[in-house]
Design a protein around this ligand. Structure first.
Ligand SMILES: [Zn+2]
Ligand SMILES: [Zn+2]
Ligand SMILES: [Zn+2]
Length: 300
C-alpha cells in the first residue's frame, strides 16, 4: 500500500501526509500493533486472549509477525499459563496459528486437549473470530479428546478386574454390628445406637474391596461412570481420581500392601502420567492437512 504503485505510496514520496482508513479492522488491535511497530510500549492497552487473537489475525493480514516477534512471545508466554476458559484457549490457538508459532501451538493445543470438555465447539461458536480457525482443528481436537476420555474410562474400569483377581483377605481395624451395619472401632464393647453387645471382626475381602472402590468413585461423582467420562475434561477426571486416592479411609492389617490401597495408588500414577503425556498438535502437519489421519507428527 505504501509502495510507489499505490496512490498512498506515491503521495508519501511527494512529501504529503496521508490518511489510511482501516474500516474493517479492529482499531484496538491495530493500535497495539502500530505502537509496538513504532517502539512504543503497547502495555497501556491490556492484551487478553481475545485481543491477542485479533492482533494475530491483523499481523497475518499486514505481514508484520516478524517485526513483532518479541512482543508475540511475551504475550503468549504471559497468557498461556493463566488461561482456563474454553473460548480463551480457542483465542490462544488462533493466535499461535496466525503467528505461525509451532512451539506455542503445540503447547496450547496440549493444554486444550487436557482442559476442554467435549462441548467446547459450542462455546467457540459464540465468538465470530474463532470461525477463522480452520475447520479441521475443532474436529481433530474432538476426536482426540473422545479417544483420551475412552482410554481413561478403560483404565479406571480395569481396576475392578484387577481387584477381583486377588482373593486375599485381611482383618480390618473395625468391627461390624449385624443389626445396623455400623462399623464401631476395635475398642468398642457394644454398638451404642442399637445397644448390641455382639460385634464381629470386619474383614477386607476382594468383594468388599470392589464395593469400596465403587463407593470411592461414587463419592467423586465418577460412578456410574458413563456420563462423567463423556462430559468432563481429562484434567478434571484426573483430579477427581487423585482426590479419590487421597481421601480413601480404608485401613486393614495389610496397610499399603492392601490391594485396594496399592491399586488406587497405581491408578493415580497411571492417569497422572497419561495426562502429562498428552502431546499437542503439530502446526506444520495441521497446515498440510496431514494430522487428521495419523494423529501424530509426520514431519521428519
Ligand atoms: Zn448397631
Ligand atoms: Zn484392605
Ligand atoms: Zn508435524
Amino acid at each position: 500500500m505504501f509502495g510507489p504503485n499505490f496512490q498512498e505510496g506515491h503521495k508519501i514520496r511527494c512529501g504529503e501526509r496521508i490518511q489510511v482508513e482501516l474500516e474493517e479492522d479492529d482499531s484496538l488491535a491495530m493500535e497495539v500493533i502500530l505502537k509496538a511497530l513504532h517502539y512504543h510500549k503497547p502495555n497501556q492497552c491490556p492484551v487478553d486472549a481475545e485481543r491477542l487473537a485479533s492482533i494475530a489475525v491483523h499481523c497475518d493480514k499486514y505481514d508484520c509477525t516478524g517485526a513483532l516477534s518479541s512482543w508475540i512471545s511475551y504475550w503468549l508466554n504471559n497468557l498461556t499459563p493463566i488461561t482456563r476458559r474454553p473460548e480463551d484457549l480457542g483465542f490462544l490457538l488462533l493466535a499461535a496459528y496466525n503467528f505461525d508459532d509451532a512451539e506455542q501451538f503445540k503447547e496450547i493445543s496440549a493444554r486444550a486437549l487436557r482442559d476442554l470438555t467435549l462441548d467446547f465447539p459450542l462455546a467457540w461458536k459464540s465468538y465470530n473470530i474463532l470461525s477463522l480457525l480452520p475447520e479441521n482443528i475443532p474436529s481433530i481436537m474432538t476426536t482426540q479428546i473422545q479417544g483420551m476420555l475412552r482410554q481413561l474410562h478403560i483404565i479406571t474400569q480395569s481396576v475392578e478386574t484387577i481387584l477381583r483377581q486377588n482373593k486375599s483377605g485381611y482383618e480390618m481395624q473395625r468391627q461390624v454390628c449385624m443389626n445396623c451395619g455400623r462399623t464401631p472401632p476395635m475398642e468398642a464393647r457394644k454398638c451404642h445406637p442399637c445397644n448390641n453387645p455382639t460385634l464381629y471382626q470386619r474383614y477386607c475381602t476382594f468383594e468388599s474391596r470392589v464395593a469400596e472402590y465403587f463407593a470411592i468413585l461414587a463419592k467423586e461423582e465418577l460412578w456410574p461412570s458413563v456420563t462423567p467420562f463423556e462430559i468432563c475434561s481429562l484434567s478434571d477426571l484426573v483430579l477427581r481420581l487423585t482426590c479419590a486416592k487421597n481421601d480413601v479411609k480404608h485401613s486393614c492389617v495389610a496397610g499399603s500392601r492392601c490391594p485396594l490401597n496399592s491399586e488406587l495408588g497405581q491408578l493415580c500414577d497411571r492417569v497422572c502420567r497419561f495426562e502429562t503425556g498428552v502431546v499437542g498438535l503439530c502446526l506444520r502437519c495441521v497446515k498440510r492437512g496431514e494430522w487428521n489421519e495419523s494423529q501424530s507428527c509426520t514431519c521428519t
